[in-house]
Ligand binder design. Structure first.
Ligand SMILES: [Cu+2]
Length: 234
């Protein structure tokens, strides 16, 4: 199975240098250009999940995940978003995009952020608490085989049934393979209900440890629940 997102070029396009604040805590913006192999900026994109480009930024140890939507200058092809780093370290910046008339690609680059850095060691965890929402991820990942993952959302012990659609579904799940941060976008099943369960069809390319990030929206706010799962043999 092909893996995605480990290179800065794919499918005839390349991700240019990512400009961002040099150190943690410094306000600024993050910007970049996507260009053809010949260096011509790409200025036209197809929409996927309601956006022309999905920006995923995560520290290489799996901490400090963000999923954002920068703004394109259609004249120059420069994408920009206000940006402040919460913490120092080495980050991977992923762009998930489809150039007009082209194929969907995930391009990535590494960005260094100055300051003290205490890396975390991700251990398997299937429960995440964010802003009072408890999210439990049920199911397993298997190498080269499709499996079902179910995220169950509760608050104060009660099932949450008023999740709001975000980018066209009740949940978006990104998985990164620990070690090279290969990128998997896992799609929610079309039978979605506004909670308490969000179901996904997942397929891990290999055995190993995966960092998973579920974006869901409730009370008008998008939140991210993070998990770590090991993929076994199918
Ligand atoms: Cu997005």
């Amino acid at each position: 199975m092909n893996v995605n997102g480990t290179a800065l070029s794919a499918g005839e396009v390349q991700l240019g240098v990512v400009h961002a604040p040099a150190r943690a805590g410094q306000d600024g913006e993050l910007s970049f250009t996507v260009a053809t192999a010949g260096g011509q900026p790409v200025t036209k994109y197809e929409e996927a999940h309601g956006k022309q480009l999905h920006l995923i930024v995560v520290r290489t140890d799996g901490a400090h995940f963000r999923h954002r939507h920068p703004v394109l200058d259609p004249e120059t092809g420069v994408w920009t978003i206000p940006w402040t780093w919460d913490a120092a370290g080495t980050y991977r910046v992923f762009t998930d995009l489809t150039p007009a008339g082209g194929e969907s690609v995930t391009l990535s680059r590494t960005v260094e952020v100055a300051g003290d850095y205490q890396p975390q060691a991700p251990e398997p965890v299937a429960k995440s608490v964010v802003d009072g929402y408890e999210v439990t991820l049920e199911g397993t990942l298997a190498a080269g085989a499709g499996t079902m993952l179910t995220a169950r959302v509760t608050r104060d012990g009660q099932p949450v049934t008023d999740l709001e659609p975000y980018l066209g579904s009740f949940g978006h799940l990104v998985a990164l393979r620990q070690g090279d941060l290969a990128y998997l976008h896992i799609h929610a099943l079309a039978d979605g209900k506004p909670g308490p369960e969000i179901r996904f069809h997942a397929e891990a390319p290999t055995t190993g440890r995966y960092l998973l990030y579920l974006d869901f929206q409730a009370e008008g706010v998008v939140r991210t629940a993070a998990f770590v799962l090991d993929a076994g043999l199918a």
